[in-house]
Design a binder for this molecule. Sequence first.
Ligand code: NAP
Length: 213
Amino acid sequence: MRVGVLGSGGVATTLASGFLKHGHEVLLGSRTPEKLRDWASANPEGKIGNFADAAAFGQVIVLAVKGSAAWEALRRAGEENLGGKVVIDSCNPIADAPPANGVLRFFTSINESLMEQLQMQFGDARLVKAFNSVGSAFMVDPDFEGVRPTMFICGNDADAKKTVTSILDEFGWEAADMGSAESARAIEPLCMLWCLPGFLRNEWTHAFKLLKK
Ligand SMILES: NC(=O)c1ccc[n+]([C@@H]2O[C@H](COP(=O)([O-])OP(=O)(O)OC[C@H]3O[C@@H](n4cnc5c(N)ncnc54)[C@H](OP(=O)(O)O)[C@@H]3O)[C@@H](O)[C@H]2O)c1
């Protein structure tokens, strides 16, 4: 698969390297591609460019930018480069204000989500929320002593969710489909929960697992 990754932070570079590791072609994009030189040196088979280059290249797109910049990043990627494509949305709507007793502050409220806003604005893209509820260190091939952690996903397009489920499977995750874009109202705040042990006790080495019987 050709994967276009939007972003230059830890999530974008980790997922971009993960896709290469799992045999996919990758173009990593930033507003300033010079920022990506280190990643390009460490990943010579990967390509770099701007957001539009990444979106045009990808059959699947990964959106991994600051939550408040997600709309702007997709706008720069170009609606014409997103139409019909699976867009994996890893973004969280984290506000600039500091956490309150370890609880991150969001710029959205409980009956709305960033993903729904993006899906409304970019109606032809097939957004799937994924990779937002774990630290970047565990996104690719996490080692929890043989236990596959659960990645909660949601989105309006069933085929897009199938594609993301198979990517998660390759990356060592079990996907749990939580429904349509509205379900991002529940999945985005999981990042608050994931970060709490980190902010309170400096514990950052966990992942969620959904138990079923
Ligand atoms: N860090 C984690 O472990 C983690 C885990 C799960 C989910 N997330 C979520 O994943 C996303 C990426 O996180 P991150 O820590 O890797 O990076 P980040 O520091 O949150 O974001 C950096 C990215 O945001 C882009 N950006 C900033 N302002 C912009 C603007 N005005 N217009 C367009 N793009 C802009 C930057 O683009 P340029 O490259 O052009 O500068 C850069 O690619 C976030 O939404 C975060 O909440 C993070």
